[in-house]
Design a protein around this ligand. Structure first.
Ligand code: ADP
Length: 402
């Protein structure tokens, strides 16, 4: 079975969906992150800036007042509860508001204040006395367009003469479908006057995004805020050798019996396994929720929110949740199946995303790998790859857990 997966720039990858493995859809992840990040994500890195004209002075702002915004816009910003610009906004806002207007490509992880930054830039450029459309915002999906529109309406609450229109599914205007997002964007860009200011914001750092950005944004300034690195340093890793699935489940129960667990995330490679495990655990009286790819993004967000609020102690999931979703109070991660790529090669990146934590939130964590004999070589490769030790535990005797 083969599934088409859409990248954020609209291009399509065909991925073999072996036994309902969940694959990561960047646009869906981006929306999911929007829905679950209710506050700013901090970063310990410095913002990197590449100026189109390196000799021009570089401004950054520490307050919104310094930007000399329209009174009603400043009011909107404060009404949203923002006190000062986020790290990326400190650099991006003066660039975006400069005269003459400059183009910008900015990349930083989800939750760092990109949307708020470009919405502010759009609202500050609009002249309500001019009766024609002045800002055009293109989003890769319907839901992201709606989310962004909401921010415009919120921040522009006091800009009473500014109106937002949605050219999306259900509206009769030009529809921008996601399939040809990249082509559409380029066609639209060609139809715009050359003095039009172009801004592109993205959370992902893939090559495809860069190629797209460089095609569509002429002479850009570039701003990047590096992601927090994930590390396995604070994680004690174990494995339990099991004969089959039921055995893995028994080992899991033994772990449960022997240590006090705050909250745990359990990763399965397929939806089928995840479902099976969920049913088993519920039958044994555990409070468990299941997060897998057949759910809508809104449903996923609400499951993650419930889990964050501690309503369930255990979250069982497939790879949909492997990256980007940090639930800081989770102390235990279980790989019910090892992450593997096609051809049984271990998937190192996914392993790191499932188990690793950012150094700054380096609370100690425990990771358990439930493996069958044929997975042992993969596990050893993972151990070598990360140059870390994964200790064997005896399934009947969990006293060795430190
Ligand atoms: P991104 O587009 O990078 O994902 P957002 O602009 O959506 O980030 O911001 C993430 C969260 O932080 C949102 O809830 C937003 O309201 C909030 N936020 C953005 N900028 C600020 C700021 N300067 N101060 C406080 N909160 C902010």
């Amino acid at each position: 079975k083969s599934t088409a997966v859409r990248n954020i720039d609209g291009s399509i990858n065909n991925i073999n969906e072996d036994d309902e493995e969940d694959v990561v859809d960047l646009a869906a992840n981006s929306l999911l992150n929007k829905l679950i990040h209710q506050s700013l994500v901090e970063s310990s890195h410095r913002v990197e800036v590449l100026q189109k004209d390196p000799s021009s002075p570089l401004y950054s702002v520490k307050t919104f007042e310094e930007l000399r915004l329209k009174e009603e816009l400043l009011k909107g910003i404060y009404a949203m509860g923002f006190n000062r610009p986020s790290k990326i906004q400190e650099m991006a806002l003066p660039m975006m508001l400069a005269h003459p207007p400059q183009n910008l490509i900015a990349q930083s992880q989800s939750g760092t204040g990109k949307t708020a930054a470009f919405v502010l830039a759009m609202l500050s450029r609009v002249n309500a006395l001019e009766l024609f459309p002045q800002c055009l915002c293109l989003a890769p999906t319907y839901e992201l367009a709606l989310q962004t529109g909401r921010v415009v309406e919120q921040m522009g609450k006091f800009c009473v003469d500014v109106q937002v229109m949605y050219a999306i599914r259900g509206n009769r205007n030009v529809m921008i479908d996601t399939q040809g997002f990249s082509d559409h964007s380029i066609r639209i860009q060609r139809a715009l006057p050359s003095e039009c200011q172009m801004l592109l914001f993205s959370a992902t750092f893939e090559d495809s995004v860069w190629h797209f950005a460089e095609r569509i944004i002429p002479d850009p300034n570039v701003i990047k805020l590096r992601k927090e690195e994930l590390t396995l340093n604070n994680i004690r890793q174990y494995y339990v050798l099991c004969e089959h699935r039921k055995d893995k489940y028994q080992a899991l129960c033994n772990i449960y019996g022997s240590i006090t667990i705050g909250q745990a995330i359990i990763f399965c490679q397929t939806r089928r396994n995840a479902k099976w495990l969920t049913v088993e655990m519920i039958q044994d009286g555990h409070q468990v929720s299941l997060l897998s790819g057949e759910l809508t993004v809104e449903q996923r967000a609400s499951i993650i929110q419930r889990f964050r609020d501690g309503k369930e102690k255990v979250l069982i999931t497939t790879n949909v949740c492997a990256r980007g979703i940090d639930v800081k109070q989770v102390t235990i991660v279980v790989n019910f199946d090892l992450p593997v790529k096609q051809g049984e090669e271990p998937d190192y990146e996914t392993y790191l995303h499932r188990i690793g934590r950012t150094g700054r939130f380096g609370k100690k964590g425990l990771a358990f790998n439930m493996i069958e004999v044929d997975e042992l070589p993969s596990l050893m490769k993972i151990q070598d790859h990360f140059n870390s030790s994964i200790k064997q535990l005896n399934a009947e005797d969990m006293d060795e857990i430190e």
